[in-house]
Design a protein around this ligand. Structure first.
Ligand code: DAH
Length: 344
């Protein structure tokens, strides 16, 4: 038995000597000091020894076991440190290298335009209408009835309104003018608000038209509000928005909720007024409708039209952005093509 122990020890020492990394060291450890090792089997065989031999052999096995274990641990320590050092050297990080480029997102050009226009009107003393006064899913009452557009009026068709199939009198609003009706219903004059938002129309989609677009509604109601003030405010808006005087023209027009009504055109930026496909050859692009609030509208919402007057306007956000940045297709705003978006 003693011989066997010495033999195993010798063998183990030779293998230990030859082990030159953590992996081979681990193999030696498994071979000699694990539960299934030959050495351990010797321990198990001790029960068959003569009683006086048991303590002697037991002590010897323990001694050799401890010796081997210490040697393995020592070597393990050395190999571990060596391999760690090599690994650290190999994995050295060069912090001066360029990082991976992660592009920053930014605000969509339409949102930028809305923000810019909102700021201009806020500086002119207008405040933002309450969101609850500007719902996108709307009753016909606010989208049409209170705005002096009776049931059989062709304007309901002109705006190609989307009606809800299963809810009577409910529409996707065709204009932000619903905010006028709602605000006047629950606010006492003086009222001086703007209200940006989405509107929906059943259009044939083209370079100039989309089913969904954005408008900014404006409303000023007070004593002695005049058409001259309307012109002053809108001219100032155009000057501030385009950053320079742009050829502009007022055309008389008709809206059921204003009397008199006007439309404002700005010279087409694409052709400088010569006429192109974007402006249908006219050289002009309409940017907004406006007028003096019809007394019928004031009365319908409970405002005394003999005391108060007002002006209102509604402008197309996409149109204004297209004119400013020379964008020739409204669909670009909605396609989420990065090549387009990242220019803004
Ligand atoms: N709501 C009209 C449209 O979508 C635009 C408009 C015209 C708004 C005149 C107004 C206004 O507030 O006074 O075509």
């Amino acid at each position: 038995m003693e011989n066997k122990i010495q033999e195993i020890k010798k063998e183990a020492l030779t293998e230990l000597e030859n082990a030159n990394d953590l992996k081979s060291l681990e193999a030696v450890k498994n071979k000699y000091l694990s539960r299934n090792s030959e050495f351990n089997n010797l321990k198990k065989g001790m029960k068959d020894l003569a009683p006086e031999q048991k303590p002697v052999i037991g002590a010897l096995i323990n001694k050799v076991w401890n010796e081997l274990e210490n040697l393995i641990n020592e070597k393990n320590d050395i190999f571990y440190k060596k391999e760690l050092k090599e690994k650290l050297l190999k994995e050295k990080i060069d912090i001066t290298l360029n990082g991976n480029y992660i592009p920053m997102g930014h605000v969509h050009p339409l949102t930028q335009t809305v923000n810019e226009i909102t700021e201009i009107f806020q500086n002119l003393g207008f405040s933002l209408a309450k969101p609850k006064n500007s719902p996108e899913v709307e009753l016909e009452k606010y989208n049409f009835d209170l705005l002096n557009v009776p049931k059989e009026h062709p304007a309901r068709d002109v705006q190609d309104t989307f009606y809800c199939d299963n809810l009577e009198n409910v529409v996707l609003r065709s204009q932000t003018s619903n905010a006028q009706a709602r605000t006047m219903m629950n606010t006492k004059p003086p009222i001086k608000i703007i209200s940006p938002g989405r509107v929906y129309r059943n259009e044939n989609v083209s370079a100039r038209k989309n089913n969904l677009f954005h408008q900014i509604e404006g409303l000023y109601v007070d004593k002695n509000v005049t058409m001259a003030q309307l012109k002053g405010v809108l001219n100032e808006f155009i000057r501030l928005y385009f950053g320079q005087a742009r050829p502009t023209r007022y055309r008389s027009s008709f809206f059921p909720f204003t009397e008199p009504s006007v439309e404002i055109d700005v010279q087409c930026i694409m052709c400088q007024g010569k006429g192109c496909s974007v402006c249908s050859g006219t050289g002009w692009l309409e940017i907004l409708g406006a007028g003096m609030v019809d007394p019928n509208v004031l009365e319908a919402v409970g405002i005394d039209s003999s005391v108060y007057s007002g002006f209102a306007f509604g402008m197309g956000v996409e149109r204004l952005a297209m004119l400013k940045y020379a964008i020739d297709d409204i669909r670009l705003f909605f396609n989420n093509d990065e090549r387009f978006l990242k220019q803004f």
